[in-house]
Design a protein around this ligand. Structure first.
Ligand code: AMP
Ligand code: MG
Length: 321
């Protein structure tokens, strides 16, 4: 079974191809916003529509395949920015109709979890899913992925990007903050955990205020990371205790952060849990994660049912019907 997966929820347009469990290709192009701006949905969608075909061609060439060799076409149906989702959906529908292939809808958050499990061989982890658009602590229970904790306001990746922009750093901001933090010293920032949920806006406002007061960028970057990551580690630890699971998996774009990995590794060692991190090449949005999920949850839909689902939550997806 060969699956072609299409990702287009936000900044990335990606096409990945997998033959059962054998990765054949994973090509992408990433929209980078203008300096000082976040993602402008219309511009990102324009970028995807202008570059999508090239990405598809590259993915097929790398896999040494033609469209006729593909068995199923999977696409990110949501959640995401509607303008961007629509480009991927139109792309997938067009290919499915033209080449007469089954069309498989994939939930983008489930795909981040599945690529994490696929690439690390973890079996049944508590998943810390951290990206530009999402921050959730997820675990499989009773036939679906359930959310044990999540942000009540902005996602962690978004918070890091916004802080970087306020400090005049280029996008994406996460890696910039990561680098700066290596030279920073700690000062206290608001630590906001409410039950199993988290909040990052107060912390962001305070950090920006300190920057405007002249506190060094390095110290802000370090203290911001230490505070956010401690909050995330606390909630993850409680989810592990509550669910009795023996594995923790870190996935999504922010998983690339070494300090976050270190903090979670220590927490897992202390609890006797196994710790897994999605490899860097699969941590950010990509087409392969959609292809992997398309193979695992192969439930074709008609073109009529393929409308995008902008707010499709991970816990609304039936894994076993
Ligand atoms: P995604 O939405 O899953 O593609 O992830 C993108 C997010 O990951 C952006 O907010 C980036 O700033 C963030 N990111 C990427 N690398 C790092 C890093 N090393 N440390 C923290 N955040 C990162
Ligand atoms: Mg993502």
């Amino acid at each position: 079974m060969i699956c072609l997966g299409i990702e287009s929820t936000a900044h990335t347009f990606g096409v990945g191809i997998i033959d059962n469990k054998k990765v054949l290709s994973n090509e992408k192009t990433v929209y980078i916003p203008k300096k000082g701006f976040g993602i402008i949905p219309r511009d990102a969608a324009q970028h995807h529509s202008e570059n999508g075909l090239e990405v598809l061609k590259n993915a097929l060439t790398k896999a040494n395949l033609k469209m006729g060799d593909i068995d199923i076409i999977a696409f990110s149906q949501g959640p995401g920015l509607p303008q961007c989702l629509r480009i991927g959906a139109v792309f997938a529908r067009t290919l499915a109709l033209k080449y007469n292939k089954p069309l498989i809808p994939v939930n983008h958050c489930v795909a981040h979890v599945e690529i994490g499990k696929f690439s690390t061989q973890s079996k049944d982890p508590v998943v810390l899913y951290l990206s530009g658009g999402n921050t959730q602590i997820i675990a499989f229970a009773g036939g679906r992925y359930r959310v044990f904790g999540e942000t009540q306001d902005i996602p962690i990746g978004n918070a890091l990007d916004m802080l970087a922009r306020k400090m005049d750093l280029p996008m994406p901001g996460g890696p910039q903050i990561d680098k700066l933090a290596l030279k920073g010293k700690y000062f206290e920032l608001p630590y906001v955990v409410k039950g199993m949920d988290l909040s990052f806006t107060g912390l962001l406002t305070e950090a920006v205020k300190k920057y405007k007061q002249g506190v060094k960028s390095e110290d802000i970057a370090y203290s911001f990371q230490e505070t956010c990551f401690a909050m995330l580690a606390e909630v993850t630890e409680r989810a592990v205790a509550h669910t009795d699971k023996e594995e923790v998996l870190l996935t999504g774009g922010v998983a690339a952060n070494k300090r976050l990995q270190e903090m979670l590794r220590i927490m897992c060692e202390e609890r006797g849990a196994k710790f897994f991190v999605v490899p860097r090449e699969y941590s950010g949005d990509n087409g392969l994660m959609i292809a992997v999920t398309g193979i695992l949850h192969n439930k074709p839909i008609s073109i009529e049912k393929s409308k995008i689902k902008q707010k499709w939550r991970v816990d609304e997806v039936d894994i076993h019907d």
